[in-house]
Design a protein around this ligand. Structure first.
Ligand SMILES: *Cc1c(COP(=O)(O)O)cnc(C)c1O
Length: 403
């Protein structure tokens, strides 16, 4: 069978049911399209999902994280400890709050922030910890909160990728301090754009609401007042309706992702890629929601360039992505004094990782196809390397197979 005749398999594709599409049309016809009853219903549904804790929505996961920092009282002069192996939003919002991002390297096995290094990075100026649950895998939550408690620190969990993940049977969001989710279309559940913050009490929820809408309150002189400088971060009812339509599917989404992750492990087992040193994620079917399935390329062993590898996947009709180049090596952060060698595990991971397709409407056959393609590409690279050939980067797979 010619692999090129198969339909293109994207890295990710959101699944939105017809009832949700019809529901969005109803909202559009209702006359009320921005923050209103749908948003209220979405917040209530999210709250019951998070064990009854108060939840407030925002128009992005980035805004949610930023408000989380403000609720935690983070401001100028404070340090916030996070990981460099994340999307830039995580560290940007620390800068936005006027605080200083302090990075701790990752554990190369979990790919999440190394909690020993996190603890070592604590100084008298540390105000909060911002762990990231990369690919939806939580850190050791017991250890994290033991550290936070011992040092009297707030925690803002960047759980953007971890909606539906659990920690020993409890949902992420139902436990912990401030928990920030994202509903970007690439995340496990989407509201097109959007995010939600899980808070500890109604006072925090009221404050979050003020930060969300310019600090305006309905009390005070002339029935309106403003006592803090909030932003404009509210979620529209159209977006909220999309999010609401996703929640009933969440458990199925997570189960399907876990099934596909298992299929990846099975598909790679004993294959050429693994033999040649391709790294697989940590096997975990209890905690993670399998937001991403990320392999690492054996860059030391095979003269593979990641760009060439991804191009080869694309020529076989398979999408892929990179999550993430380490944040501290971006220009903005280099200008703050960060440089190569500071966080070697995040740097090695960032340079070698490739994210493979994983979304709910994929089948186990699709996964098998990706595994075969990865095995085939790694074998080709090894043959080229043994022959001392330059890797033809923009050639077609068939011509290369003949070469
Ligand atoms: C997606 C993501 C964000 C930001 O969420 P947006 O909704 O895109 O603003 C923040 N942190 C991490 C780890 C993410 O994956």
């Amino acid at each position: 069978m010619n692999p090129l005749s198969l339909p293109f398999l994207p890295l990710v594709r959101p699944e939105i049911d017809e009832a949700t599409i019809a529901g969005v049309a109803d909202v559009l016809r209702s006359g009320w399209i921005t923050t209103g009853p749908q948003n209220q219903a979405f917040e209530a549904a999210l709250s019951s999902f998070c064990g009854g804790r108060p939840v407030r929505t925002f128009n992005s996961g980035t805004a949610t994280l930023e408000i989380g920092l403000r609720i935690a009282g983070v401001g100028p002069g404070d340090e916030v400890i996070t990981t460099p192996a994340t999307w830039v939003a995580t560290s940007h919002v620390i800068l936005e709050a006027g605080a200083t991002p302090v990075f701790a390297d990752i554990d190369p096995i979990t790919r999440n922030i190394d909690l020993d290094l996190l603890e070592k990075a604590i100084t008298p100026r540390t105000k909060a910890l911002m762990p990231v649950f990369l690919a939806g895998a939580p850190v050791d939550m017991d250890r994290l909160y033991a550290i936070a408690k011992a040092h009297h620190l707030r925690v803002i969990e960047d759980a953007a990728q971890a909606f539906g993940a659990t920690w020993h049977g409890k949902r992420i969001g139902a436990i912990g301090d401030l928990v920030s989710f994202s509903f970007h279309p690439n995340k496990n559940v989407t509201s097109i754009e959007g995010g939600a913050l899980v808070l500890n009490n109604e006072d925090e929820a009221k404050l979050a609401q003020k930060y969300r809408l310019l600090g305006v309150t309905r009390s005070g002189h002339d029935g309106m007042d403003c006592d803090l400088q909030g932003g404009k971060f509210n979620l529209t009812d159209v977006a909220a309706r999309v999010g609401l339509g996703q929640l009933p599917h969440l458990d199925r989404f997570t189960q399907q992702r876990r099934k596909l992750a298992r299929a990846y492990f099975d598909g790679f087992e004993g294959g050429a890629a693994v033999k040649l040193g391709v790294g697989l994620p940590m096997r975990d079917f209890e905690h993670t929601n399998w937001h991403l399935f990320q392999i690492t390329l054996p860059l030391e062993r095979l003269s593979i360039s990641r760009g060439d590898f991804m191009e080869q996947l694309k020529q076989r009709g398979i999408g892929s992505g990179v999550h993430y180049p380490p944040v501290h090596l971006f220009k903005l952060y280099r200008a703050l004094g960060f440089k190569e060698g500071m966080f070697p595990h995040a740097e090695r991971f960032g340079a070698s990782t490739v994210t493979l397709p994983l979304f709910t409407q994929m089948t186990e056959e699709d996964v098998a196809r990706v595994c075969r393609a990865v095995d085939e590409i790694c074998t080709l690279f090894e043959i080229w390397q043994t022959c001392g050939r330059d890797v033809p980067s923009s050639d077609s797979p068939r011509r290369m197979a003949r070469a």
